[in-house]
Design a protein around this ligand. Structure first.
Ligand code: SF4
Length: 302
């Protein structure tokens, strides 16, 4: 059995409320490594001609074999579906703890199909997925939804939610998890809105963290990865590199000078005054705290 995987995926039909579980084919796990690869495979198999807002569109919430382990920079979650923005397959990725907690809750992914008559949210816990009424959450912002669902399911619950944009099928609507991380590409939030899926709550216990089969080999791999991440010449170097100090916003000034910064709804490629929203300026004048994802020393979230 391949290590790292939970060997369990949930198939959720929101039209019928039915939830089934299956173990992914080991050949697929080798061929399509990670959440993006496996998700794209499932979306492709679901049929390239499906309307993104049809109940038949498949929405995949996927982690990978390193998710939930101590591997550095492994805290990313892939949302894969057919995009209502581009009309083709999209994979949008978010940081935080959702990927790790999904693994600790016993899953490599959730494959969501169908559409509910009324708003629902999913609770993922102890290897099971259950559907819950979300009528009281519909219309609420992601921040409000996050707060309410944490009050309901505990402070350790990880919440990813859509807001009014997703509900109203804005074609570039995001998923937001834990108040601050976005799966921001391709309109995956609008696909959730078309299915009346307001949120996914994941409760996973760290004691379920996958352990390396060969601890010595793991330590050596970790040493090599850490040497690269911590190298002061690299943008990832904690508290020294551009990514760690300024986040991805380190690119703002650079792309503006290059004429590669889409502005004014992508009508222009640079603009005046960009310095005041650059990573450097924000670090000096606005930053409250650095934040990070599961198992990441870079802390690029500002
Ligand atoms: S904190 Fe930044 S660099 Fe680290 S895993 Fe999250 S998104 Fe990636």
């Amino acid at each position: 059995m391949l290590g790292g995987y939970a060997h369990r995926i949930a198939r959720i039909n929101l039209s019928t409320g039915q939830v089934e579980y299956f173990a992914p084919d080991p050949k697929d796990l080798e061929m399509y490594v990670g959440g993006r690869g496996l998700g794209v495979k499932y979306v492709f198999e679901n049929g390239p001609k499906v309307d993104p807002f049809s109940p038949d569109n498949l929405l995949c919430i996927m982690n990978g074999p390193l998710s939930g382990t101590r591997a550095k920079m492994s805290g990313r979650l892939a949302v894969v579906t057919k995009s209502p923005l581009t009309g083709t397959v999209t994979d949008s990725h978010m940081g935080g703890w959702t990927a790790a907690k999904l693994k600790w809750a016993g899953f490599d992914g959730l494959l969501i199909k169908g559409a509910s008559d009324k708003p629902v949210y999913l609770l993922v816990k102890d290897g099971e997925v259950t559907l819950h009424d979300a009528s009281d959450l519909w219309g609420k912002t992601t921040h409000e939804t996050h707060r309410i669902l944490r009050e309901r399911h505990g402070e350790d619950a990880d919440v990813m939610a859509i807001g009014p944009a997703g509900e109203n099928l804005v074609r570039f609507a995001n998923w937001i998890n834990n108040d601050e991380r976005a799966a921001g590409r391709g309109g995956t939030g609008a696909v959730a809105g078309s299915k009346k899926l307001k949120a996914i709550v994941v409760v996973g216990k760290q004691e379920n963290m996958p352990q390396p089969k060969d601890p010595q080999l793991w330590r050596e791999a970790d040493r090599q990865a850490s040497a690269t991440i911590n190298d002061p010449k690299n943008v990832t170097a904690p508290k020294k590199g551009g990514l760690s100090l300024y986040g991805t916003n380190v690119l703002m000034n650079i792309t503006n000078v290059m004429g590669a910064l889409p502005t004014f709804n992508a009508q222009h490629t640079c603009m005046e005054g960009v310095e005041t929203i650059s990573g450097e300026y924000i670090r000096e004048h606005r930053l409250i705290k650095d934040n990070t994802c599961h198992a990441c020393p870079v802390a690029c979230k500002k």
